[in-house]
Every structure is written in C-alpha cells, then in structure tokens.
Design a binder for this molecule. Sequence first.
Ligand code: AMP
Length: 596
Amino acid sequence: METAVSEKQSQANYDNDIIDWFENVSENAVHVQTQTLRRILELNYGVEYLEKWLVGNNIQEIDARALESLFISTVPVASHADFEPYIQRIADGDTGPLLTQQPITTLSLSSGTTEGRQKYVPFTRHSAQTTLQIFRLAAAYRARVFPIREGGRILEFIYSSKQFKTKGGLTAGTATTHYYASEEFKIKQEMTKSFTCSPEEVISSGDYKQSTYCHLLLGLFYSSEVEFITSAFAYSIVQAFRAFEEHWKEICNDITEGTLSSRIDLPKIRKAVLEIISPNPCLASKVQGCCEELQNLNWSGLIPKLWPNAKYVYSIMTGSMQPYFKKLRHYAGDLPLVSADYGSTESWIGVNVDPSLPAENVTFAVIPTFSYFEFLPLYRQKPGCISAIDDLLEGEPVPLSQVKVGQEYEVIVTTFTGLYRYRLGDVVEVAGFHRGTPKLSFICRRKLILTVNIDKNTEKDLQSVVERGSQLLTEAGAELLDFTSHAYVANQPGHYVIYWEIKGEVEERILGECCREMDASFVDHGYVVSRKTNSIGPLELCIVERGTFKRILDYFIGNGAAMSQFKTPRCTSNQVLLRILDACTIKRFHSTAYGC
Ligand code: AMP
C-alpha cells in the first residue's frame, strides 16, 4: 500500500516536473529557439549540405542571435527534393558528413499516403527521444484533466511494419516502427506504469489483420483494467472496431475457451497470446450480452459499454483523419475524445496542452527545443475562401517570435536529423499563444490534390464537398465508409471522379442527388468557372463494392506502409489504385449540366 502511494506520488511529481519544464521553455520560446538552432548548427557545422552557405564562418565566435540571422539570410528554404540526393547517398552507404556529423544509421519512410509516394527521412536517437518526451508531456497534461489509475492498461491499436536494409546496409522502416523497436519505447512502458494490452509480438507481427484481432481480444481480456483507448491516427481505431463488428462472436469464443482463432496463424503471435489468455466464460458471456445489445444500436457507444473504466479515446483526429471523426464519436458515445499531438516523420511539432477542449478545436503548442521552426506566411487572394490554396501568395518566412494570431503559415523545420529550412507542406493557423510559444491549428496539407485545368482543390476542399454530399446519404440511413478521388484528363473535357464505399442500401435517385450536390459544392473559382463553360465535365460518382478500401490499404501495406501511419489517399493518379477502384466500381452517376 505504502509503495503504491509513493509510486503515485512519484508519477505525480514526474508529471509536474515535465509540465514545469515545458512551461519554462514555452515562456522563453524565442530565446530557446535561438539556442536550439545554435545547437543544431554546432553539432552539424561543416556538413556537405551546409558547406556552400556557411563556409568560412567560425560559428563558435558568432553569438546565437547573429548566427540565427546569418542562417536565415544565407541558407535557402528547401523541399524534400533538395535533400533527396544526399539522403540517397546515405541510403547507399556514404558515411561521410553529408547532412549530419554523426553518421545516420536509420532512415524513416514517411507514410507517403498523402503525397502519393514514400520519402526517406533521417531518423536518429534524437527522433526516438523526442517521441518519448512528447508522449510523456502530453500524458502529463491529460492526467490533470483525466486522471488514470496507475498500473492500469492501455488498449493501443499500434502496428509496426517490417524494417529492412537499404543498399548501403542502413535500417529503414516507418518512424513509428523504429520507435516501437527503440529503448525509448521500453522506457515509456516502464515509466508510465500503464501497459499496452498486447505484447510486442502482436505489435510487430507484420500482419495488421492478425494484430487487430489480437489487440481486440486482449483488450477485452483485460477490459476492466483498460484506462484509455488509443492509436496514432483515428483511422486505426475505426478500422479495428469495424473488424470487431465482424469478428465479435469468434473473439467471445476465444475468451470462453482460452483459445485463439485459426485465423491467427503466425506462430510467434499465437504463442505470445496463448501464454496470456486463459478460459473466462463469465467475461465472455458478459461481452456477448453487451454485443447483442450493441448490435441493435448499430454499435453506438461500443467503447464505454465494453470498456466501462475507460476515461477517454486518444488519437489524431484532425486533418485527413477528420472524415473518421463521426464514426469514432459513434463508437465512443459520451466518452471524451482527446486529440493527439502534431508531428511528422521529419519532426514533432506541437503538443495538445488543453486536452479538455473538444477534439475538433484542438491546438498544438510548438515545442521550441525539438527543432528550429519558421513560418511562411500565406495570404489568400479571396479572404475567407478555403479553396485555391496553390494560388496563395507567400510572404517571407518568419521565426517563431514574429508569428501573428489569425495568420496562416506553412511550417518550415530545421531539425537535429539534418534537414535545414525544410518545407513540411502543412498549412497551420496561429490560434494563440501558450506563454511565449504559438498554438497552431492544423488547416490542411498544402499540396494541391484535384486539378484538371485552372481549378485547384485541396484535401480540405474535397472533404467539405464530400461531407455535403454524404449528408444526403446519412439522411437516407446509409453510411459513407471511405472515399477518394481522381482528376480524369484522358478525354476532353476532363472531370473529377469521386469514389465512395458505402454501407447500407440507398436508392439510385439519392446517389444521383449526392453526385449533383457534390458538383455544386466546390467553391473554388477555377472549378465553378470551368464547369459553367464546360471546360470541366460533369462530376462522376463511382460507388465501389464493400471491401475496396481494405484492398487499397492492403496494397499500401504490401508496399511497406505501416498501419499505424496509414492515411487513405484522398486523390490518386496511381495506376494500380485506379485499376482496383475501377474494377470494384458497381454503380456510376454523372451530375447534370452545371447549375441545373
Ligand atoms: P507522416 O510523416 O507521413 O506520418 O505524416 C505526417 C503528416 O501527418 C503531417 O505532416 C500532417 O500533415 C499529418 N498530421 C500529423 N499530426 C497531425 C495532427 N495532429 N493533425 C492533423 N494532421 C496531422
């Protein structure tokens, strides 16, 4: 008892310490940023990438502020393409100081599902350390609002993908995979004293379907101990509970008998799970009773019903995860949904310091020790219009000290892993300040996704349009499971094709209306004008058969993407994907002439 009290005390002390640390660095964010840049440059002075700009300067003799000015005025803003030749040489085995003085031994693959192709990004010990640090920091802020029981468990839908060797012998894989394999992940498990329900063999099985089944089975096996439910991106939780709707009887059977379904055929995972579970008919019949009730409610409130002690659901729910928010809310009932932090394979950026806010209003306080951040101001040509993001006028990048509330920016990072003034491609808005550090709202990926001629629509534009169209679907009692799009330009005039996978029966007349509604909902000036003059043809809505988006997921996973970082591509010109989508199309609709 005494030990439990003192452990509780030490965890609380630890939470206070890490929050104090962050409050302090955010209070002094401007100074901390200058020092962070200095440290990055001191560590990597003389690397080949920087040589041509910083050569001849003895940076030890320059004070940090002057160094910051020198860096900004000489080193150009760059994109991934500028770093690619260096990263390729590293991947091929060049151990010279190309981007960093310390040789890079690990490369991360960004998920690639938003950009269309995976990119290599350096991963170092610093990457794993910052992951652990932001995890602890975010957990400390959450604990203030939603205290959890120490020694409890976390139902984590996490998946590592395979690590492999590059031509030069470097370990490559997704950033989450490297993190799950790191010392830091083990420390996190120990430090927080809250354990993932699944053993390492389940997380790293390499087969996301088998891992999902086991996460669910073990999550239920430990259901009374589960304190919260989480995944990196909301998509993984939604796909897991969709799988549960299909497999719950089998899972109940496994709990009754203490067995493992034959669908789990990987020996390592079987052995690890069977060592944990034992027959529990009483729990199984309780779960079965709940599921029978839930079935009649279309699985609404599934999470609090099956995990009665869970305090919240925690995951990234913004940006490209927004389309899954409604479904997550459906499963979570009244349980709080807490938005997880903002980061990328390149660098962590901001932490959610207000976990009690509704997930859709989340902002991320920039962590000024993680990287050196700059912000490229973006000005819309038409105020208030979310479209035509590629028509945005750009200002000059400003440091963290000069950002303005209400202004939109593209994030630029200089990292400890050898990326200098690297455009991240994300658009954020400064929503306010946490002490001296900006709080960012995530707006969208900057990349243009749909364009036929002068029209330009982003992921966010498409999301709004699909939301409008799918309202009619919801009113008719059906559900949009997932969607993507394609700009068809093989024949003139080109047109947009939107692919929908839906659940439930809907009259064709209603689907035709959904198609018209979407066509009329694009607010991008280029699209509207082009549709009126018929230089963009009627929008095409393709309904694909059930399971199509799972096939797309399988295609990405088969090519090295990780379930933990997966984001459905919202626009594609990938020929393999288009072949899958076209082969799976079961109904097609075309909107009528524009404005009719
Ligand atoms: P990746 O490096 O491929 O795993 O993906 C990183 C990208 O995911 C970021 O650049 C953002 O576009 C997106 N992302 C990460 N965290 C969030 C968040 N909290 N909200 C919205 N989008 C996010």
